[in-house]
Design a protein around this ligand. Structure first.
Ligand code: COA
Length: 374
C-alpha cells in the first residue's frame, strides 16, 4: 500500500430474516453503528461505496450509491460495485484505491443484501447470476448444485468422507454461539450435520450457508488513525464458469490473491493467525484452507479436525463464518473484515486476513489487517 489506511469504524446489523426492515433500513443501521464506533462526524465521509449483488431482483431497487449517500446529511459522492458474493471485498479494494490515490481521505463502505422477501425459486435463480448464464445456468444448476459437484469431485480425488466433512460446520456453529450478530447461534454436532436433509448430494442442509438479510459497514481513512491498518488489498479473477476450469478442487484466484497479498503486506503466512474464509458451503472452507496455503493439498480437513479438537494455532471464522453467521451475499466481505479486526483486538494478535469470493471462486478478494497494538 502506498498510503497508511486505517479501519476507523465498523458496524453490523444482526444477520437473519428481517421482514420488518427494508434494504435501506439495514444500510442505515450498519452505517450509524460504524459512525458511532469511529467517533467521526458523518460530514467527514467524502465518498460512499456500496456493495450489493441482488437489489434489482430482491428489492426492485437500483441506484444504491445515491440511496446510501442520502442516509448522510451532506450526500457525498457515491457508487455501487458488484462481484456477486465477493462484492464486499471488491468494495473494500475500490475504497483502498481511492484512498491510495489521494482522491478521498475517509471512505464509508457499506455492503447490504435483503434476500428473504422473495421465494427460494427466485433467490436460487438470482444467485445463479454468479455463474455463467450461457454455460452453467441452462443445465439447471444452482449454487448448492455447483458446490455439490465440487464436493463429489474432491471426495473422489482425496478420499474425504461425509463424516469428516461434517466437522467443518460443527466448528463454524460452535464459533457463532458467542456472536450476537449471527443468524444461527445453536451448536451442531458433526452427526447432526451428516443427518440433516439432503440438498445437493453429498451436501446437506447444514453444509450450506443460509439465505440472509443483513448489512455491514466499514469506515476506512488515511487522515484518521486506529490500531487496525489495512496492509494488503488484492483481488484476482478466474473464469466465471466452472466448466472452463482445468480443475474444480482448487480455486486458483484465491492462490493468486493470497500470494500477492502476502507480498504486498510483506508478512509471512505463518504470521497470519486470524482468518475469515469464504465457507459458502463446507467443502469450500476445506479447499480454501489449501488454496490459502494453511493446509497441504487434500489435507484441508485435517486443519478443521485440529480446530474442532482445539489443537490449531490458527483462528478461523471466529464469528461463525458464512454458514452460521449468515450470508447476505454482498455484506459478507465487510463482515469478515470486521470479524478479523474484532478477533485481532480480542486475542492481541498481529495479523489477520479476510478471504471473500464471488461465484465459484471467480473473483477473490483478500485483505490483510495489522494490529498495531501488538
Ligand atoms: N443452515 C441452517 N439452518 C438452515 C439453513 C442453513 N443453511 N437454511 C435453512 N435453515 C433452517 C431454516 O431456518 C428453517 O428452520 P425453521 O424450520 O426452524 O424455520 C429450516 O432450516 C428449513 O428452512 P427452509 O428455508 O425451508 O430451507 P430451504 O430448503 O428453503 O433452503 C437451502 C435451504 C440450503 C437450499 C438454502 O439455505 C440455500 O439455498 N442456501 C445456499 C444459498 C447460496 O447459494 N448462497 C450463495 C453461495 S455462493
Amino acid at each position: 500500500m502506498n498510503q497508511d489506511i486505517f479501519l476507523v469504524g465498523s458496524g453490523l446489523t444482526r444477520f437473519g430474516e428481517w421482514w420488518d426492515k427494508s434494504l435501506k433500513d439495514l444500510m442505515d443501521e450498519a452505517i450509524k453503528a460504524a459512525l458511532r464506533s469511529s467517533g467521526l462526524s458523518a460530514l467527514e465521509i467524502d465518498l460512499v461505496i456500496v456493495a450489493n449483488m441482488l437489489a434489482e431482483v430482491t428489492n426492485n431497487q437500483a441506484g444504491l450509491g445515491a440511496l446510501a449517500s442520502a442516509l448522510l446529511p451532506h450526500h457525498p459522492p457515491a457508487m455501487r460495485v458488484e462481484a456477486a458474493c465477493g462484492s464486499g471485498a471488491l468494495a473494500l479494494h475500490t475504497a483502498c484505491a481511492f484512498l491510495e490515490s489521494g482522491r478521498a481521505k475517509t471512505v464509508l463502505v457499506v455492503g447490504a443484501e435483503k434476500m428473504t422477501d422473495v421465494s427460494m425459486d427466485v433467490i436460487s435463480q438470482a444467485l445463479m447470476g454468479a455463474a455463467d448464464a450461457e454455460l452453467d445456468a441452462p443445465s439447471g444448476l444452482t449454487f448448492p448444485g455447483i458446490f455439490g459437484l465440487v464436493a463429489k469431485r474432491y471426495m473422489h480425488e482425496f478420499g474425504l468422507t461425509r463424516e469428516e466433512l461434517s466437522i467443518v460446520s460443527a466448528v463454524h456453529h460452535r464459533n457463532a454461539a458467542e456472536n450476537p450478530f449471527a443468524q444461527f447461534r445453536t451448536e451442531l454436532s458433526p452427526e447432526a450435520v451428516s443427518e440433516s436433509p439432503l440438498i445437493s448430494d453429498p451436501l446437506r442442509l447444514f453444509d450450506c450457508s443460509p439465505v440472509s438479510d443483513g448489512a455491514a459497514a466499514c469506515i476506512l481513512s488515511t487522515s484518521h488513525k486506529s490500531p487496525l491498518r489495512i496492509v494488503a488489498s488484492q483481488i484476482a479473477s478466474d473464469t466465471l464458469s466452472i466448466a472452463e476450469r482445468p480443475t474444480i478442487v482448487s480455486f486458483p484466484a484465491t492462490r493468486e490473491a493470497m500470494n500477492r497479498a502476502l507480498l504486498e503486506a510483506d508478512v509471512e503466512r505463518r504470521d497470519v493467525r486470524v482468518v475469515e474464509t469464504h465457507d459458502c458451503f463446507s467443502i469450500a472452507a476445506v479447499i480454501n484452507m489449501e488454496d490459502l496455503g494453511f493446509a497441504r493439498e487434500g489435507e484441508g480437513i485435517k486443519l478443521y479436525e485440529d480446530l474442532y479438537e482445539g489443537r490449531a494455532s490458527l483462528f478461523v471464522n471466529m464469528g461463525g463464518g458464512l454458514k452460521a453467521c449468515g450470508h447476505p451475499v454482498a455484506a459478507t466481505g465487510l463482515k469478515q473484515l470486521i470479524d478479523v479486526g474484532k478477533h485481532l483486538s480480542r486475542a492481541s494478535l498481529p495479523y489477520g486476513l479476510a478471504h471473500n469470493f464471488g461465484g465459484a471462486g471467480a473473483t477473490c478478494g483478500i485483505h490483510i489487517v495489522q494490529n498495531a497494538n501488538v
